[in-house]
Design a protein around this ligand. Sequence first.
Ligand SMILES: NC(=O)c1ccc[n+]([C@@H]2O[C@H](COP(=O)([O-])OP(=O)(O)OC[C@H]3O[C@@H](n4cnc5c(N)ncnc54)[C@H](OP(=O)(O)O)[C@@H]3O)[C@@H](O)[C@H]2O)c1
Length: 311
Amino acid sequence: MIAMKAVRFHSYGGPEVLVVEDMQRPEAAEGEVLIAVHAVGVNPVDWKVRGGYLTGMLNHHLPLIPGWDVSGVVAAIGGGVTDFKVGDAVYSLLDISRNGAYAEYVTARVGGIATKPASVDHVTAAGVPIAALTAWQSLFDFAKLSAGQTVLIHAAAGGVGHFAVQLARWKGAKVIGTASANNAEFVRQLGADEVIDYNTTRFEDAVSDVDVVLDTMGGDTQQRSWKVLKKGGILIGTLGIQSPEGAAKYGVRGEAIFVAPNADELTQIAVLIDSGELKTVVSTVLPLDEAARAHELSQTGHVRGKIVLKV
Ligand SMILES: NC(=O)c1ccc[n+]([C@@H]2O[C@H](COP(=O)([O-])OP(=O)(O)OC[C@H]3O[C@@H](n4cnc5c(N)ncnc54)[C@H](OP(=O)(O)O)[C@@H]3O)[C@@H](O)[C@H]2O)c1
């Protein structure tokens, strides 16, 4: 057996269920590559899966290795793989139904893999896939955001939000973000035209007639968001649509997103990163052994940009 180190959990629970273990290195099957993991991005979905909050949606077998945002180097290729070769630097949103990348190696289907942006290191690249693809797919694939439109981005300082602000701005939209006062200047520097401090201002008192809302908060924030849309406008919810009656009441639409691996979009995102149009803000880098600490930080709900584990 060729061994590797991984962080996994054998039962659902708090951060303490994450354990560092030696296990068998996986092998690339037909249509897959084996990636030597250099860095893995931490996302809220990691601790939601670990905590057992998504068992109704995802049919995982335990033990499970979390972490579906990877940047690394191709270490082996499976049968039929022609797009990548050993030694290529790649990044990917992995299939969330399988083992993730809190490990020295992970296997990945080639359909979701793209060449890593050359201008940034693996730590930075690992912060990109889930959050940037969620922002891209929400704003461009679902909402068809166009120049001159106005978009309200909730949690604009977070993983998804900080990419969404920059992508909307790049598209030529007017960008309004919500954040605490602590992050107001940060969000403005990302390109937001206006930042609303959610602790002192009810956003629905300050904003109206927007074309698109990106709702990463759900609940009460979603309920209060319907009325800020202009008729025919659209709200994209990363936590689903919990108050569809609001959409009907205001003559607007609500769509739930579940981010999907997409190599073409990751390639376009890499081009924006390499041209300097899109920045990834990694606020915390921790070693793989400190995955539990990374989860505790993510669970505060107040991370700026991204947390990344270095392998
Ligand atoms: N459906 C999907 O495919 C999908 C994909 C990606 C993410 N998601 C979900 O979307 C959510 C956001 O993901 P993420 O990675 O962006 O999370 P994140 O990075 O953990 O978001 C943290 C940010 O939320 C902000 N925040 C907290 N409370 C807020 C409030 N009341 N109003 C405005 N901002 C607030 C914080 O800013 P302050 O510190 O300034 O408060 C912080 O910067 C998560 O629940 C995640 O699971 C779903």
